[in-house]
Design a protein around this ligand. Structure first.
Ligand code: FAD
Length: 477
């Protein structure tokens, strides 16, 4: 059988299973499923499959296996490494999880909730809040991304410092395996040492080992008091000193510590509506930090004031603005959350999602910034992000006036330059966005050969026909 006839036979069975209404063919409006947020990837597909139950997902996988046709799982399509977009050859079916969007249970007294994969992160946060609890995963894409995608990418975001990344927030999973078997691992146990922790295999696997259809998530006490400060510092060294002081004095109350360069603030002020500069004078670097607590007697306000006044006296911070209201704090965060978006308005941007040990952030920046400038005079680095986790989005915007295509043609060379510096600090070339297609070949270069071999063995044993997200994370053909 040719690949075209296998595709056609599978398509007919998919339509018979799901009904024509929930299968989008090329003549239907497939656009939102085929184009990635940054427009770096555009694909084609014979059909977008939109099941609304775990059983239907299992049947789809069985059909795909029988006909050996590839499936690309997709949640909110906000992934930044091309994993969820079908390839250009038009052979991969898109398996959208969006219609599995029920909140099955909120167990406030057990501090957990059970949700299906297609619930948006924002809806998960809202359901937790309605039960007077917190689900702490927080990303700028939270209105669109879905919990299945968050878990499959092991998403990070601004809450990692206090609560860990997505994989730390999961108690149990329901997964459809590449064989079509349904694994019901929806347990609520906080402790369970009965052999391998299988759920961890699927968290961060980017849909290459199974389809996450539901999850039991951990909930936390809702914060009663929160304080945000926008702090100007002269250097990344001073930002690190502030981080260590805040960590020492606030302990687990320190829930976010984000670094931003002046150029990022300028971009945000230029391209976001309703923004204002939190601090009148211009400084080279800024920190946005949050303290929060669920303890009624604690005073994060007094604490943050004491931390900042101590650092001001020591000359380690230049100035600071404290949020005077919830709206004021939201304004600070709007600047930070807008940083990815605003770079789109400044022409081409070459991305690096890197991590180094937290204490190495200043040394890394002191080496990488001049190296980029020497490589391409006029290039505008915008390194920002989760400094408290050692994770920066070391993005580089094109020189003003340069041709965008010519700039983007430098993507691989710029990546190599920056990643070599990252690796010299024992860092990672993908801190939170994953590997997908964007970094697959790079992964093969930098990963320890035995680790890579173990990953291939896992893939081959779970998905011998390579029908689930082939070519993502690992080169399998
Ligand atoms: P998708 O993009 O649809 O898919 C992502 C990957 O998971 C793909 O490989 C896909 O095949 C697979 N997948 C999706 N659903 C399932 C499933 N149910 N089962 C198995 N595999 C599945 N990421 C961060 O970590 N931190 C940030 O701070 C952050 N900020 C962002 C800001 C913006 C403005 C944008 C656009 C993106 C940002 N991201 C961030 C990246 C992105 O939002 C995350 O990777 C998110 O977790 C992806 O979720 P999604 O539902 O959109 O998944």
């Amino acid at each position: 059988m040719t690949s075209a006839s296998r595709t056609q036979a599978a398509l007919e069975e998919f339509i018979a299973l799901l009904g024509r209404d929930t299968v989008l063919l090329p003549d239907d409006d497939q656009h939102a499923y085929l184009v990635e947020w940054r427009n770096l990837y555009r694909g084609r597909t014979p059909a977008v499959l939109r099941p609304d139950s775990t059983e239907a997902v299992a049947r789809i996988i069985q059909i795909a296996n029988n006909h050996k046709v590839p499936l690309v799982p997709q949640g909110g399509n906000t992934g930044l490494v091309g994993g969820q977009v079908p390839s250009e050859d038009g052979q991969e079916f898109v398996l959208s999880l969006s219609r599995l969007n029920r909140i099955r249970e909120v167990d406030a007294s057990g501090n957990s909730m059970t949700v299906e994969a297609g619930v948006t992160l924002e809806a998960v946060q809202q359901a937790a809040e309605n039960a007077d609890r917190l689900f702490p995963l927080s990303l700028a894409s939270q209105g669109t991304c879905q919990i299945g995608g968050n878990l499959s990418t092991n998403a990070g975001g601004t809450g990692v410092l206090a609560y860990g990344s997505a994989r730390d927030l999961v108690l149990g999973l329901e997964v459809v395996l590449p064989t079509g078997e349904i694994w019901n691992g929806l347990r609520k146990l906080r402790k369970d040492n009965t052999g391998y922790d299988l759920k961890q295999l699927f968290l961060g696997a980017e849909g290459t080992l199974g389809i996450i259809t539901a999850a039991v998530l951990k909930l936390f006490p809702a914060p009663l008091k929160e304080e945000a400060a926008f702090v100007a510092v002269h250097s990344p060294e001073d930002a690190l000193a502030l981080f260590n002081t805040a960590r020492a004095q606030a302990g687990t109350m320190l829930t976010a510590f984000e670094l931003m360069p002046r150029i990022g603030v300028d971009f945000a002020l230029r391209h976001l509506s309703d923004t204002r500069d939190p601090i009148e004078r211009r400084y080279p670097w800024y920190v946005l930090m949050n303290l929060s607590t669920s303890q009624p007697d604690a005073s994060p306000r007094r604490l943050i004031e004491s931390i900042l006044s101590g650092r001001l006296e020591a000359g380690q911070i230049a100035d600071a603005a404290l949020a005077e209201s919830l709206q004021h704090s939201q304004e600070f965060w709007a600047l930070r959350h807008g940083l990815s978006e605003v770079q789109k308005h400044e022409g081409g941007s070459i991305k690096h999602d890197i991590s180094v040990p937290v204490a190495s952030i200043p040394a890394f920046l002191n080496e990488a910034l001049p190296a980029v400038e020497a490589f391409l005079p006029g290039a505008r680095p915008v390194p920002f992000g989760h400094m408290g986790d050692g994770n920066l989005h070391f993005n580089v915007s094109q020189p003003v006036g340069m041709d965008k295509a010519a700039f983007l043609a430098l993507w691989d060379d710029m990546n190599r330059l920056v990643h070599d510096i990252v690796l010299s600090y024992d860092g990672s070339i993908s801190a939170e966005h994953g590997i997908g297609r964007l970094k697959r070949d790079l992964l093969a270069e930098v990963k320890d050969p035995l680790e890579l071999a173990m990953m291939h063995r896992l893939k081959d044993s779970f998905d011998p026909n390579h029908i689930l997200n082939p070519g993502r994370v690992l080169k399998t053909d």
